[in-house]
Design a protein around this ligand. Structure first.
Ligand code: EPU
Length: 327
């Protein structure tokens, strides 16, 4: 009888087996060491955790219930050489169709989602607090300055990392100080100036995890705050689409040359690839018409970049964070 020997595995297949095994071991370790009831799942679909609603699953998904549990997750993950990624509200994020290898961490347990009114017209908030909640708490406390956060569909951690902005204001304009965790699990407390934040970015939060921040408001009349919030809301809803999107796709090349206007002037609104389309309301928003894949959106990004480069010689840079593996 002829005995069939299996084909030898390729180096890539061996690496994939090792990786899958490491993830299994990490899952077992985390199940044993994290407090009972911790949300910990394998192969967690992520598309529904993003506002664009595309992308593949995470190998492991965890919601640590405390800062010390977060420390445990980082320590064990790094011990096994497995990558990790912190997911905010998924509003500025494009996850490729193959999903995210390694561990996706979400700070939405109560330990990361509380807001407190502090002395000296300040608010203390965890990284998982939605920006809308922050703006509303400031309003209730009679503090102005945070109204612009109301319509940004993110949480505080993401807004710090991105130095998110709207209506001419930036997150770091209102940050007094913040706390973050480095890769070795050490907590740092920094002033806003030490963050080195700039337009749509905060370099130090590329490799640190934001934990919480103290935000500075200014006392003001409630009616004036209400008016500012409502005018910011009206502006947003009259100029931005309501369909699923990841917000603005590109950074503005300069304040005088907004990406949306550039794309609009080239007549590219309505350009469509698969289920992804350049919004006909605001050209810097790429919307999911239903059933879009990450590949559709990525191809649309490439197409629009190429058109703008050819026509205007401008290289658009994505503002949306693109992560994960090809499908
Ligand atoms: N414009 C057009 N056509 C368009 C879109 C815009 O001509 O299709 C023109 C507008 O008429 C306006 C100018 O371009 O004269 C700028 O537009 P807009 O006021 O909408 O501001 P933006 O620069 O496109 C920025 C932020 C938004 C934020 C808004 C409102 C960036 C990349 N985008 O948009 O942030 O909500 O201001 O303050 O800086 C985001 O970061 O995801 C985001 C949506």
């Amino acid at each position: 009888m002829i005995k069939l020997s299996p084909e030898p595995l390729t180096p890539a297949q061996i690496a994939e087996c090792d990786r899958a095994q490491d993830v299994s071991f990490l899952y077992r370790d985390l199940s044993l060491l994290l407090p009972a009831g911790t949300v910990l799942r394998r192969d967690e679909p992520l598309a529904r955790r993003t506002t664009l609603r595309v992308g593949g699953p995470a190998d492991l998904y965890v919601e640590p219930p405390s800062e010390s549990a977060l420390g445990t997750v980082l320590e064990l993950t790094q011990l096994r050489g497995i990558p990790w990624f912190v997911l905010g509200r998924g509003s500025n994020l494009l996850i490729r169709d193959g999903g995210i290898r390694g561990v996706v961490i979400s700070l939405q347990a109560p330990a990361f989602t509380t807001v407190q009114i502090l002395p000296e017209n300040r608010l203390g908030a965890g990284a998982g607090v939605p920006l809308k909640t922050l703006a509303n708490t400031a309003r209730q406390a009679g503090l102005t300055g945070l109204e612009f956060l109301e319509g940004i569909p993110g949480n505080l951690g993401g807004a710090l990392r991105m130095n998110a902005g709207a209506m001419g204001h930036w997150t770091f304009d209102v940050v007094h100080s913040f706390r973050c965790l480095d890769r070795s699990g050490k907590i740092h407390e920094l002033t806003a100036a030490q963050a080195g934040a700039h337009y749509r970015g905060c370099p130090m939060l590329r490799n640190h995890i934001a934990l919480s921040a103290v935000l500075q408001g200014t006392p003001a009349d409630r009616t004036a705050i209400d008016e500012r919030m409502s005018s910011s809301n009206t502006k947003r809803w009259s100029s931005q689409p309501r369909q699923p999107s990841a917000g603005c796709t590109f950074k503005n090349p300069t304040p005088e040359t907004p990406a949306g206007r550039l794309i609009d002037e080239l007549g590219l609104k309505g350009t469509r690839i698969g289920g992804a389309m350049v919004s006909d309301v605001h050209a810097n928003f790429f919307v999911n018409l239903g059933g879009a894949t990450a590949t559709d959106v990525l191809r649309l990004i490439d197409l629009i970049k190429a058109r703008v480069r050819e026509a205007r010689g401008i290289e658009l840079e994505t503002e949306v964070e693109i992560v994960g593996e090809e499908g």
